[in-house]
Structures are given as structure tokens and as C-alpha cells.
Write a protein that binds this ligand. Structure first.
Ligand SMILES: Nc1nc2c(c(=O)[nH]1)N[C@H]1C(S)=C(S)[C@@H](COP(=O)(O)OP(=O)(O)OC[C@H]3O[C@@H](n4cnc5c(N)ncnc54)[C@H](O)[C@@H]3O)O[C@H]1N2
Ligand code: MOO
Length: 416
């Protein structure tokens, strides 16, 4: 677990990449494995590679509702010269008929039904007279036409899913198709979320002067769930060192602790006061905007802990940049970053030189290309909590850029 040297305040000491590297070095995959049925697998992380158990498709079958024929019988068929065949079988999907197709014969066949021995092409019903005793075929199929071959998607034993992937709907469905009923998944990390601030009131509670509704614990709880973790405890604590110490002493076991607020240089920034020198917790100013003041380390006993700056946009950005990657690492994900996509800037903005900016942006489209504009009229200011509602993600402006102009391309981490 790394220890930080606290940096003098007001000095950007640590790059985003260096801070992220410390975070990832301070968090290890939980390593616990559970087996779940496919209905419960969505959103979980696959713990080990999985191979297909069956060929996919597992037998040659029809891609069309129509007639299974011998291609050689109907090579001369045309609209003005139909070829008439005897219909010797009727094959719905799921049929296990022992029918064989000989010269001059056809089987009526539905999509997904096994191709009967002897047949080597399917003619769609639209290209026939749809007969049930005898059928007039009005087209000459290519050999193998409209036949879906055994194993053309995957063979039994082929790799299907790699360890560390998130099991989304498409992957769970692929596992079902490939013969699996359950999957090995990693344990869900339990995360304690603590919003600090004497000014905080519960959402919906009447506000006295100077008090605000706590949005950070709701934000963090939802972000933890979106990342694949579970909130083990969520609470608000006042700016009182005894309250923070008391919680640290009686806390329930969990895999990660996230504080929000109280990490800056104010006289009442108690998370900073209590956590400084506690376990291996260190404070840094990270060269980013917003989200500069950051705390990270391990509590005595080894549980990793974050202290995030309390402004709501700073919490959202800090979570995206550092906490989400940490949760994905606890989960054993192969990828802890998020893909970014280029988008064209619609309305420009300024970015502080020497800092990586995370601008909450709304996505749009212009001339068929994706565009972005700041989600809040006030731009990147870190108190604009309501502006987050309009944000589809964050435009990530590199450290060496101080002005983003209309028409520029920016990389966007899309978060919804
Ligand atoms: N003299 C300096 N002052 C500040 C600096 C600095 O470098 N020197 N940095 C500023 C920056 S940047 C940030 S970010 C904040 C970080 O401050 P804290 O982490 O100590 O956060 P608080 O002071 O507790 O709160 C900041 C702000 O956010 C509101 N807040 C806090 N918790 C919640 C919550 N749960 N829900 C909604 N809003 C919350 C709080 O009321 C404050 O307005 O420090 C700057 N100051
Ligand atoms: O670093 Mo603060 O998070 O910009 O608002």
C-alpha cells in the first residue's frame, strides 16, 4: 500500500495517471468466486474463462420457412419453368422426423428445423406455390442455400467469454446458447459511503439557513451500484473529528471506504485532520479540474479508503477517475478504464493549463457526427450539482490544452 507525502497546498504535485497508478497499486482483486445461474448473472464479472459446451448451431438447420430440396433436382427451375416435387415430410422447428429426401422429393421445413438427410438446399416458401402434397419450385437455389451449418457460430470447446468481462445481456445470452446454465462470477465489493459536513440534511428534509441537502451520498451510492459494487453502509457525519473517529472505530467490515467532503484546507475539513497519518492514508493535489484535493490509502487493517473533495461535480469526476477503476479492480475486471470516443465541440470553453479537465458534457449530433457542449451553463464549476443531470459523460481535456474551440475534437467518456 503506497504512502503519500502530503503536498503543499496550492501546488499541483501529482498527475492524474500517477495518482491512478497509486490507487490501482493499493487495491487488489477480492478473489472470492461464486457460481450463479444465468438469470442472476447480468452485471456480474466473470471469474474464469468459459468455453462453449455445444456446437452452435448444434445441427444443420433451415434459415427460412420453405422446402428442403436436392439442389440438383431444381437446377433448371424458374418462374416460367417450375419444377414439381413430392412433399414427403413436414418439419417444424424441434422436429425429430427420420425423413430422408430422395430424388424428386422435398420436405416442407420451418426456420430452425433440422435439414433432413438427402436435402442440400432450402427454397423459401415465397418462391413456391406453398403446396402440401406436391410443391412447384420456381427458383434454382445455390448448393447449401439457406442452410445454417452446425458449428458455424462456435464449436464445442471454443473459447466463449474471457475472465474479467462484465456479464451484460448479450454475454449471458451467448452463454445460454452455448449450453451453459451457470457461470463463475467474482464477489461483489462492499463499499461504505460517508458524506461529511455539518451543513448536510437528508434529502427532502426541511432546510435551516446555511444547510443543504446531501446529494453526495446518493450520488456515490448510485455510482457504486452502477460500477458493480454494493453499498454496505451509507451515512452523513458532521464536521466533528470525534464523529469520524468513532465511525472508523466501530465500522462494519467492508472492502472499500469512500469519504466525500472535508479533504481541503479549511479549518473544519475534518476528514483531512482525522485521516492524516492514519493507516497509510496520504493527501495529494492532483493536476485535474475539478477534483484536485484527493486522499487515498489503507485504513489500519488494510481496507482501502478514499477521501474525495466534497463539491458534487468533484465527487462525480473523482469517482469516474479513481473510485470506479478501484471498484473494477476489486471485481477482478480485465479493464479498469472506460473507453472514450471523439466528439466535435459545439460551444467552446476554457480549461486550466497544466491540469486535466473533466467537463460534464451533453451529447448531440450535427451533420451526422457526435457533438458535445458543456452540460451546465456554468461549465466545469464543481458546485453545479443540477448540471450533472444533463451530463451524458465527461469530455477529457488534456493537460496541455487551455482552450477548447468550436469544431475541435475532444475525447468523451460516455457514462450513460
Ligand atoms: N483555501 C482553499 N479553499 C478551497 C480549496 C483550496 O485549495 N484552498 N479547494 C477548493 C476545492 S477545488 C474543492 S473541490 C473544495 C474541496 O473541499 P472539501 O473536500 O473540504 O469539501 P467541503 O468543504 O466539505 O465541501 C465543499 C462543497 O461541497 C458541498 N458539499 C459537501 N458535501 C456535500 C454533500 N454530501 N452533498 C452536497 N454538497 C456537499 C459543501 O457544502 C461545500 O459547498 O474546497 C475548495 N476550497
Ligand atoms: O478541485 Mo475542486 O474539485 O475543483 O472543485
Amino acid at each position: 500500500m503506497p504512502t503519500f507525502t502530503p503536498a503543499p497546498d496550492g501546488v499541483d504535485r501529482v498527475s492524474v495517471d500517477a495518482h491512478l497508478a497509486r490507487v490501482l497499486a493499493g487495491v487488489a482483486p477480492l478473489g472470492r468466486v461464486e457460481t450463479v445461474g444465468l438469470a442472476d448473472a447480468a452485471g456480474r464479472t466473470l471469474a474464469a474463462p468459459v468455453d462453449a459446451l455445444v456446437d452452435l448451431p448444434s445441427f444443420d438447420n433451415s434459415a427460412m420457412d420453405g422446402y428442403a430440396v436436392r439442389e440438383g433436382d431444381v437446377a433448371a427451375a424458374a418462374d416460367d419453368a417450375p419444377v414439381v416435387l413430392d412433399v414427403v415430410a413436414d418439419l417444424p422447428a424441434g422436429s425429430a422426423s427420420g425423413a430422408t429426401i430422395d430424388t424428386g422429393q422435398a420436405a416442407r421445413i420451418m426456420t430452425g428445423a433440422p435439414i433432413p438427410p438427402g436435402a442440400d438446399a432450402v427454397v423459401p416458401v415465397e418462391r413456391t406455390d406453398a403446396g402440401t402434397e406436391r410443391v412447384a419450385i420456381r427458383t434454382a437455389p445455390r448448393p447449401g442455400h439457406h442452410i445454417r451449418r452446425r458449428g458455424e457460430d462456435l464449436h464445442a470447446g471454443d473459447p466463449l467469454l474471457g475472465a474479467g468481462v462484465v456479464l451484460d445481456a448479450r454475454r449471458v445470452a451467448a452463454a445460454a446458447a452455448a449450453g451453459l446454465a451457470e457461470l463463475p462470477v467474482t464477489a461483489v465489493p462492499h463499499v461504505a459511503v460517508i458524506a461529511t459536513g455539518t451543513e448536510l440534511a437528508a434529502p427532502g428534509a426541511p432546510l435551516g439557513f446555511g444547510r443543504i441537502h446531501d446529494s453526495n451520498s446518493v450520488l456515490l451510492g448510485s455510482l457504486v451500484a452502477e460500477a458493480g459494487g454494493a453499498v454496505s453502509e451509507s451515512l452523513r457525519l458532521p464536521d466533528d473529528p470525534a464523529a469520524i473517529r468513532g465511525w472508523l472505530e466501530r465500522r462494519h467490515p467492508c472492502d472499500l471506504v469512500v469519504f466525500a467532503g472535508g479533504v481541503s484546507v479549511g479549518a473544519h475539513d475534518v476528514v483531512r485532520h482525522v485521516l492524516t497519518g492514519f493507516g497509510t492514508v496520504g493527501f495529494a493535489r492532483v493536476a485535474m479540474q475539478p477534483g484536485a484535493p484527493q486522499a487515498f490509502g489503507a485504513l489500519p487493517g488494510g481496507t482501502p479508503v478514499f477521501g474525495l473533495p466534497g463539491n458534487p461535480v468533484s465527487v462525480a469526476v473523482s469517482f469516474e477517475a479513481f473510485v470506479r477503476p478501484a471498484i473494477l479492480r476489486l471485481l477482478g475486471r480485465a479493464e479498469t478504464g472506460r473507453r472514450t470516443w471523439p466528439a466535435v465541440v459545439e460551444h467552446g470553453w476554457r480549461s486550466p493549463a497544466g491540469r486535466r479537465q473533466y467537463m460534464p458534457v451533453a451529447l448531440g449530433r450535427h451533420d451526422g457526427r457526435p457533438t458535445v457542449r458543456p452540460a451546465a451553463a456554468g461549465g466545469a464549476a464543481s458546485h453545479l450539482a443540477a448540471g450533472l443531470a444533463a451530463a451524458d459523460g465527461f469530455a477529457i481535456v488534456p493537460e496541455d490544452v487551455d482552450e477548447v474551440a468550436p469544431g475541435d475534437l475532444v475525447e468523451v467518456a460516455v457514462t450513460r
